[in-house]
Design a protein around this ligand. Structure first.
Ligand SMILES: [Zn+2]
Ligand SMILES: [Zn+2]
Length: 361
């Protein structure tokens, strides 16, 4: 057969143009919306070259958008500038440089900054600011007051990081908390989970947050159940900056950290029951039946049986449907499958109890 030779040069423009478009692909992250709310995937702690990060500000927005996030904040240190020999210190500049990109990508992008002090008292992020410059002042209480006057939401970051008194709740924290100047805590930061912060959030009614605190370029292209940045899930009444702030102030948030969801029981229940649907039976005999359990979320659900019926351990993979065969000791026994979702943490060391009710096919 005669071969057809086509000059290679004809293909080159086509290949280049395809590469250019594929760089701007977003992959959605799937979490259910609790009744009456919309779930937003958020990261409120990132750095750029305007403090000690290694990326140019709009890149932070691109990364978060690409990974399916709905909101992000750049929170450069107010008091720490690694590149000051090369870049002038301009506290609002990273926000200004990235805000246009955020608008183009329809990302919620509150203005943020990290208040950076040795421990104690530690590091704090303020988001929803209007102007970071006035926060550059020595008196910490004054910094918090000025942030709050701007309507900021302020949270304590990575409280176990560095210093002899790291991880301790001290008088200064009580002062900030009692004056309602401090509204939340990072329960997880990057690759670390803080059980004490988790418990304090429960005890003191502080909002739980999980953030990346990323400094380097984030190379994740596509998020999966066990490969994603640490995130805050916020349950908003409306998708806007005001809606986001209202939800954070009201404590409607949970944390997505490694393969776990961390939060108050009501939010974890909403996430679990909004994701999991058991239907069946597909087939039935006197001694067994099979059913399907679908998980529409981006988190693998890892279950351990606490009731009499069902497999001892059950892993329901993210965005998958699992066929489960159940041996029936008595055919007339109730078919509620009682489990604990071991990777859904309602308190340090405590997992969410769940019941799988079978919807008849
Ligand atoms: Zn920090
Ligand atoms: Zn930081």
């Amino acid at each position: 057969m005669k071969k057809l030779w086509v000059p290679l040069a004809l293909f080159i423009p086509l290949v280049l143009s395809e590469r250019a478009t594929s760089a701007e692909v977003r992959y959605e992250v799937e979490f259910p919306d609790p009744p009456g709310y919309q779930t937003l995937v958020c990261d409120f702690h990132t750095h750029t070259v305007y403090s000690d990060g290694m990326v140019w500000p709009p890149v932070r927005v691109n990364e978060a958008w690409r990974q399916g996030f709905d909101a992000t904040a750049i929170t450069d240190h107010i008091e720490h500038h690694l590149h000051e020999d090369d870049l002038p210190i301009k506290l609002n500049r990273s926000y200004e440089l990235a805000a246009g990109r955020a608008k183009e990508l329809k990302m919620l992008f509150p203005m943020g900054a990290e208040i950076t002090r040795d421990t104690p008292p530690g590091h704090f992020n303020a988001i929803f600011l209007r102007d970071i410059e006035p926060l550059d002042t020595p008196d910490l209480i004054e910094v918090f007051k000025r942030a709050n006057e701007q309507g900021a939401f302020v949270f304590w970051n990575h409280h176990e990081w560095q210093g002899e008194e790291k991880g301790r709740w001290l008088e200064i924290h009580t002062t900030l908390y009692e004056n309602k100047l401090l509204h939340g805590m990072e329960v997880a930061n990057g690759g670390k989970y803080y059980p004490r912060a988790h418990q304090w959030c429960l005890d003191k009614n502080l909002t739980m947050l999980g953030n990346s605190d990323t400094h380097d370029p984030d190379l994740i292209d596509r998020t999966s159940s066990d490969h994603h940045r640490t995130a805050t899930l916020v349950f908003v009444k409306e998708k806007s900056l005001d809606g986001l702030k209202e939800a954070l102030r009201a404590g409607r948030a949970a944390v997505w950290y490694t393969d776990q969801l961390i939060g108050r029981q009501e939010w974890l229940e909403a996430l679990f029951y909004g994701s999991i649907k058991a239907t069946g039976p597909n087939a039935r005999s006197e001694k067994s039946l099979s059913l399907e359990i679908a998980n529409s979320s981006d988190v693998d659900m890892k279950l351990k049986r606490i009731g009499p019926t069902g497999p001892g351990d059950l892993k329901l993979p993210a965005r998958g449907t699992t066929l489960v065969r159940i041996n029936l000791v008595r055919p007339d026994q109730p078919l509620d499958l009682r489990y604990v979702a071991v990777n859904l943490l309602t308190a340090p060391g405590a997992s969410l109890p769940v019941v799988l009710k079978i919807e008849e096919k």
